[in-house]
Design a protein around this ligand. Structure first.
Ligand code: RIB
Ligand code: CA
Length: 309
C-alpha cells in the first residue's frame, strides 16, 4: 500500500465536518497530522470545542489549532443553526473536551507544518477559507511547499446552496476564497457540482454501529438533524456528502472528472461568493463529475472498518 497521505483538515464542525473527520480517522490512507478550526457553521469557539471533543470520542490525540473568528473583509454572516444546530452537531452532544488546543493560531500552525515537511502536506479546507488565506498571506512560500490543496467549496456550473449564486464556505468569506483559489498552487475544487450528487443515507451509516458503536451512535444521532434539514429543503432521505468527498478526493482522484480553469470569486453585489470560470489566473482542478457510488462505498466501508471505538 502507498504511504498514508499527511493531511491537515481545516474545519467548521458541523455535521458533515464530523463525518469527514471520523472518515479520515477510519481510512488508513490518511495520516491526519492536525486539524485547524474556523468560524462558519458555528462560531470558531464552538468549532474548536467540537473538534477537540470529537477526537476524544475517537480516542485520538492529534493537534488542534484554533483559527479565525470572522471573515477577512466583510461583516460576518449569521451561523446556519438551522442546518447543523446551535452547537453544531444537531441533537447530539459531546462532553466538554479535556485537552487544550495547540498554542499557535491556525494559520501559523499550517505554515509551520507545511514548512517542516515541504512537498508532503495536503491541506483539506472544508469551511470558509480564512485560515488558508491568512497562512498564504503571512507565508507565500507555502504555495510551493504544499503537496496539494483540496477545497470543499464553490458552485461552478450549478446553483449555490446559500442562494442561486453562492456555496456556503465561499459565501462566508469570499475575499479569502478569492485569494486561495487564485493562488499559484496545486488546488482541486470539490464543489456542489459533485457533492450534491452524492447522498449519504441512514443505511450508509448503519454498518458503523456494529463495528464502532461509540462513534457510530454519535454520528447517527448527529446526522438525524442534518437529514431533517435535507428532507425539508430538498425532499431527500439523507444528506449531501460535502466534506467527506473532499477528504476522499485528497486520497484518490479516480472517481472524479476534472476540468482545469482559472476561477474568479464575485466580491460584491447579489452574486457575492459566486465562483466562476475565468480567463486569467492560476488553473484550478474543478471536479465536475463523480462516480457517486464509488465515493459512497469508500465512505461507508472505511467507517464500518472498526478502526474507531
Ligand atoms: O456548502 C457546504 C459546506 O458548508 C460544508 O463544508 C458544510 O459543512 C458547510 O461548512
Ligand atoms: Ca464544513
Amino acid at each position: 500500500m502507498n504511504q498514508p497521505i499527511p493531511m491537515i483538515i481545516d474545519t467548521d464542525p458541523g455535521i458533515d465536518d464530523a463525518m469527514a473527520i471520523l472518515y479520515a480517522l477510519s481510512d488508513p490512507a490518511v495520516d491526519l497530522v492536525g486539524l485547524t478550526t474556523v468560524f462558519g457553521n458555528v462560531p470558531v469557539t464552538t468549532a474548536t470545542r467540537n473538534t477537540l471533543a470529537l477526537l476524544e470520542l475517537a480516542g485520538v490525540d492529534i493537534p488542534v489549532a484554533a483559527g479565525a473568528a470572522r471573515p477577512m473583509v466583510q461583516e460576518p454572516h449569521p451561523h446556519p443553526d438551522f442546518v447543523h444546530g446551535v452547537e453544531g452537531f444537531g441533537e447530539a452532544h459531546l462532553p466538554p473536551p479535556a485537552r487544550k488546543t495547540d498554542p499557535r493560531p491556525a494559520h501559523e500552525f499550517i505554515i509551520d507544518m507545511v514548512r517542516a515537511r515541504p512537498g508532503e502536506i495536503t491541506l483539506v479546507p472544508v469551511g470558509p477559507l480564512t485560515n488558508i488565506a491568512m497562512a498564504l498571506k503571512a507565508a507565500p512560500d507555502i504555495a510551493e511547499k504544499v503537496a496539494r490543496v483540496v477545497v470543499m467549496g464553490g458552485a461552478v456550473r450549478c446553483k449555490g446552496n446559500v442562494n442561486e449564486y453562492a456555496e456556503a464556505n465561499i459565501w462566508q468569506d469570499p475575499h479569502a476564497a478569492q485569494a486561495v483559489l487564485s493562488a499559484d498552487w496545486p488546488l482541486t475544487l470539490v464543489g456542489l457540482d459533485i457533492t450534491e450528487r452524492i447522498v449519504c443515507t441512514a443505511a450508509d451509516l448503519a454498518p458503523m454501529m456494529q463495528r464502532s458503536p461509540i462513534c457510530g451512535a454519535f454520528l447517527t444521532k448527529a446526522a438525524e438533524f442534518y437529514f431533517a434539514f435535507h428532507k425539508e429543503t430538498e425532499g431527500i432521505d439523507g444528506c449531501h456528502l460535502h466534506d467527506p468527498t473532499a477528504v476522499i478526493a485528497a486520497l484518490d482522484m479516480a472517481p472524479f472528472g476534472v476540468e482545469t480553469a482559472p476561477l474568479t470569486v464575485t466580491l460584491e453585489g447579489e452574486a457575492i461568493g459566486r465562483t466562476r470560470e475565468g480567463e486569467r489566473g492560476a488553473p484550478v482542478g474543478i471536479c465536475l463529475s463523480a462516480d457517486a457510488d464509488a465515493v459512497l462505498a469508500r465512505f461507508r466501508d472505511r467507517l464500518a472498518s472498526g478502526r474507531l471505538p
